[in-house]
Design a protein around this ligand. Structure first.
Ligand SMILES: Cc1cc2nc3c(=O)[nH]c(=O)nc-3n(C[C@H](O)[C@H](O)[C@H](O)COP(=O)(O)O)c2cc1C
Length: 203
């Protein structure tokens, strides 16, 4: 085995080890609203479920030399965000939204996506996504770096409304084949679903 002490490696080297090891990662496409009313959007693959009861999601947003990305800043200011699941039809547009635009420019407009009004929150989602979750910010936890300049913000988002395309919602279950999700690998690689199989859990 190769044994590595993260304390002896650069930030870039550790990043490469983590994003190459923890694969495939689902992608949250997150919309937020700036105080000026600009609809911001960006993809995040440091993304997971924290709890199903209550329905909580986690999204870790790295900072750039201590300063928050627009998603984290807007989510903190408004207390709301919309999380979309990225599928094969959406990935090209989503990739375009990862461009670092100034806060007054909308990545949603840049990518040609269509804003859709939310039921429970003031932040719109995008209609092209086939799974959309309206969320309230439950907590934002600054982590890493120093107390003055944390390295990232762990956003914990509570789902207050689900929207599912009828084609993939089957009597309370989500059809993975219909969803056709795209996951993030390392570098510029992505993946779709591979072989599906089931294993019975022991009692
Ligand atoms: C597929 C994909 C996944 C990404 N995952 C993350 C992530 O988990 N955390 C993060 O901080 N940045 C991530 N990024 C980079 C952000 O999307 C990028 O910094 C974006 O410009 C942030 O936008 P904002 O400033 O509007 O919030 C990812 C980019 C791509 C293309």
């Amino acid at each position: 085995m190769i044994v590595i002490d993260p304390a002896q490696k650069s930030d870039r080297e550790i990043y490469k080890l983590l994003i190459g090891s923890i694969i495939p990662r689902p992608i949250a496409f997150v919309t937020t609203l700036s105080p000026e009313g600009v609809l911001n959007a960006a993809p995040f693959s440091y993304f997971s479920i924290v709890s199903s009861n209550p329905p909580l999601l986690s999204i870790a947003v790295q900072r750039n030399k201590g300063s928050r990305k627009d998603t984290a800043r807007n989510a903190l200011e408004k207390g709301e965000l919309v999380v979309h699941i990225v599928d094969e039809k959406l990935i090209a547009a989503v990739n375009q939204t990862a461009a670092s635009l100034p806060p007054h420019e909308s990545e949603v407009a840049l990518a040609g996506l269509t804003p859709v009004v939310s039921d429970m929150i003031s932040v719109p989602g995008v209609s092209e996504a086939r799974i959309r979750m309206e969320c309230e910010l439950e907590q934002a936890i600054p982590l890493g770096g120093s107390a003055e300049t944390p390295a990232c913000d762990l956003l914990i988002a509570r789902v207050v409304r689900f929207h599912f395309d009828e084609e993939l919602y089957k009597e309370g279950h989500i059809d993975p084949i219909q969803l056709n999700p795209v996951s993030r690998m390392a570098g510029s690689y992505y993946s779709t679903l591979g072989k599906l199989f089931s294993i019975e859990r022991p009692n």
